[in-house]
Design a binder for this molecule. Structure first.
Ligand code: PEP
Length: 251
């Protein structure tokens, strides 16, 4: 059975004091009322160490939103997996559509980042998904197939237990348009079958494939009722603690 994972991607929001306050509230709520899911928060780089300290002795895990593929060197403005590990991260979001579209990240670079994250014992939350134009051109499955295969190029089967795949249709991110549960399930089963072709069915069946794209407390239940949706990557609706608590307590 894949692990259920719900992750908050705060993007470029919340300075340290606000991030710490959220983390404190989330920790308190989960210690009072645990949920049957792994809960992750992904603050900005500048808040990571402070949030890690706040989350000490809590079930909440820390993620970064991005990393570079190499360990160190002349890469002004970048951050390495070693640094994220040092700051207390256990996960790193890799290949988010905003990185792909706004910062020109290509599948080969994303692949190098995934390999680097694994080498630092960071679990990649590997994002894939089609744009609206690609969906309308009936290219959804060829796009996610290319992103998945190239992103996982040369990643050994033994590492798949550390990788979380996030299906995030770009047209649903931050737009208020959610994929219908059926559209999401169709993409998730496609991804699982493709993982099965690459790595074999038993490995594919254990991979957590989470959905992202305008997830809220109102739609998480119907999405999670789909067989191959194992959790959610939440942007906008994760910024407010009570909204995020409603999402993680969807049952
Ligand atoms: C995201 O950025 O990963 C995301 C899913 O954002 P939102 O929930 O705001 O659509």
């Amino acid at each position: 059975m894949p692990e259920t994972i719900i992750a908050a991607n705060w993007k470029m929001n919340k300075a340290t004091a606000e991030a710490m306050e959220f983390a404190r509230g989330l920790k308190k709520a989960l210690l009072q009322k645990p949920v049957a899911a792994t809960i992750i928060v992904a603050p900005s780089f500048t808040s990571l160490a402070a949030v890690a300290a706040e989350l000490n002795n809590s079930p909440v895990r820390l993620s970064a939103q991005n990393m570079h593929a190499v360990e160190k060197g002349a890469f002004t403005g970048e951050i390495s997996g070693a640094m994220l590990k040092d700051a207390g991260c256990r996960y790193c979001i890799i290949g988010h559509s905003e990185r792909r579209t706004l910062f020109g990240e290509k599948d080969s670079f994303i692949n190098a980042k995934i390999a680097a994250a694994l080498s630092y014992d960071l679990r990649p939350i590997f994002c894939i998904g089609e744009t609206l134009a690609e969906r309308e051109a009936n290219a959804t499955f060829s796009v996610i197939s290319r992103q998945l295969k190239e992103g996982l190029n040369n990643i050994p089967a033994g590492d798949m237990k550390h990788i979380v795949v996030a299906y995030e249709p770009v047209w649903a991110i931050g737009t208020g348009k959610t994929a219908t549960p059926e559209q999401a399930q169709e993409a998730h089963i496609f991804i699982r079958n493709l993982l099965g072709e690459i790595y074999g069915k038993s490995i594919a069946d254990a991979v957590s494939i989470i959905y992202g794209g305008s997830v809220t407390a109102n739609n998480i239940g119907v999405l999670m009722a789909q067989k191959d949706i194992n959790g959610a990557l939440v942007g906008s609706a994760s910024l407010d603690l009570s909204s995020f608590l409603n999402i993680i307590n969807f049952k």
